[in-house]
Write a new protein. Structure first.
Length: 427
């Protein structure tokens, strides 16, 4: 079958890499893709929010499956767009309905969903500009640090964790009154801080059945030892050493099963991924957030570990037969290190020439923000540029391979964190 994958980042390159291995995939198109995805299929110059252009391409190229990488088109309702169009309704869409995508599109909606279905999460309340005085009073009932979350999509940067009350009050005013995150912070969720270790759990579901994909841990801050500004993610490892069988049983029983059953109970049409951001608090899992797609850079360590045919898995999900699918996972550890442009996540340059990717032999190189210039040279085209993923029998060896490969790739101002995974080695 012909498959169209939407997106242009490292996540999409990792997904494309696995789809391209499937005998079920006749042609793979990536819209818009990047310089790396060209090796997996055909890049198509269409923006992932241009639904009419996507429709035209799907019809002209006999596309039978649409796989949606990023959250924005899902929150905008691309699955509904396909389902409600007689010309497109036969196309399998891997991605939830607009209603389902609200689990990521609104933090308040997600919190209400968790509360309704008894899913463990932090204590919270939601506020708007009109209830700012009550928001300040609620802040005062909490112990520091204070967690402020923009309700809507803010490109992974809408969560603030603040150590002192005056600064938390100032940021609350900044979000609600000054629209720090635009419309995304017209409503703010204030929640109790959970102390523990974060991890990400990924589920593929057809709305009734599910497959639990490998766990991962990502590193969000730009600086060593989790300091500095939040980024889209500086690296990830999979599996997570502390997410042992006993812990994952708790995750499945207390969170995954109630989540999938909650989707059914609320009549939410859902076929696709659920990314559950968790906190391990003294051995018990609590949900920090839901996302409705795979994470980035977690996908770059999770997807390479899937030995099964992912196109076949997607077909089962679309057909509602995911219980009949077989999921095989590589038991080795995968470690990925993200290489970013100098200055990221603040202002950074684009257009610097990248060299050395051809010298990497013991790691996978996933492109995130790259393109080819007029002279067919590989250049930087984003804040997060290249992600290097390596396999080994243990985390230490996988990290060593990735850092060795990172050293072979160059551009002016390249930056990466050299402490990815170190916290897990010292557990």
């Amino acid at each position: 079958m012909n498959i169209l994958l939407l997106g242009s980042g490292g996540r999409e390159h990792a997904i494309a890499y696995k789809i391209a291995q499937s005998p079920k995939c006749q042609q793979l198109f990536i819209a818009p893709g990047n310089a790396g995805t060209k090796a997996c299929g055909t890049n198509v110059d269409i923006k992932n929010d241009d639904f009419p252009a996507i429709k035209q391409f799907v019809l002209e190229n006999s596309v039978q499956m649409l796989v949606v990488g990023p959250e924005a088109p899902l929150v905008a309702g691309i699955a509904d767009f396909f389902k409600n169009d007689p010309q497109l309704s036969h196309v399998a869409v891997i991605g939830p309905s607009k209603h389902g995508a609200t689990l990521e599109g609104s933090k308040d909606f997600a919190k209400q969903f968790m509360q309704r279905h008894g899913i463990p999460t932090a204590r919270y309340q939601s506020f708007t500009k009109d209830t700012l005085p009550q928001a300040v009073e609620f802040l005062k009932t909490l112990n520091p640090p204070y967690v402020l979350k923009a309700d809507g999509l803010a490109a992974g940067k809408g969560v603030l964790i603040i150590d002192n009350l005056p600064q938390a009050e100032a940021e609350l005013h900044n979000m609600l009154e000054n629209a720090k995150f635009g419309n995304a912070s017209s409503k703010v969720v204030i929640e109790e801080f959970l102390s523990g270790i974060e991890l990400s759990v990924f589920v593929l579901t057809d709305g009734r059945h599910y497959k639990l994909l490998p766990s991962a841990k990502d590193y969000k801050r730009i600086g060593e030892h989790d300091t500095g500004l939040n980024t889209g993610g500086m690296g990830s490892v999979s599996p997570v050493p502390f997410a042992d069988k006993a812990f994952m049983q708790k995750v499945e029983q207390r969170i995954v099963v109630p989540t999938v059953q909650g989707l059914q109970a609320d009549n939410i049409d859902y076929c696709g991924f659920i990314f559950i951001g968790l906190m391990n608090v003294a051995g018990d899992p609590y949900v920090i957030e839901y996302n409705v797609r795979m994470g980035d850079p977690e996908t770059e360590s999770v997807f390479p570990r899937i030995n099964s045919d992912v196109a076949e898995l997607f077909q089962h999900a679309a057909n509602g037969t995911l219980d009949q699918a077989e999921l095989q996972i590589n038991p080795q550890t995968a470690a990925c290190v993200m290489m970013v442009a100098g200055g990221y996540p603040e202002s950074y340059r684009k257009g610097d020439i990248i060299t050395g990717t051809e010298n990497v032999s013991e790691s996978l190189v996933f492109h995130a923000g790259t393109k080819l210039n007029a002279d067919n040279q590989l250049i930087t085209n984003g804040g997060r540029v290249i992600c290097v993923t390596s396999f080994a029998d243990n985390l230490e060896q996988a990290l060593a391979k990735s850092f060795s490969s990172v050293d072979k790739i160059h551009w002016d101002g390249k930056f990466f964190r050299s402490d990815i995974g170190q916290d897990l080695l010292n557990l």
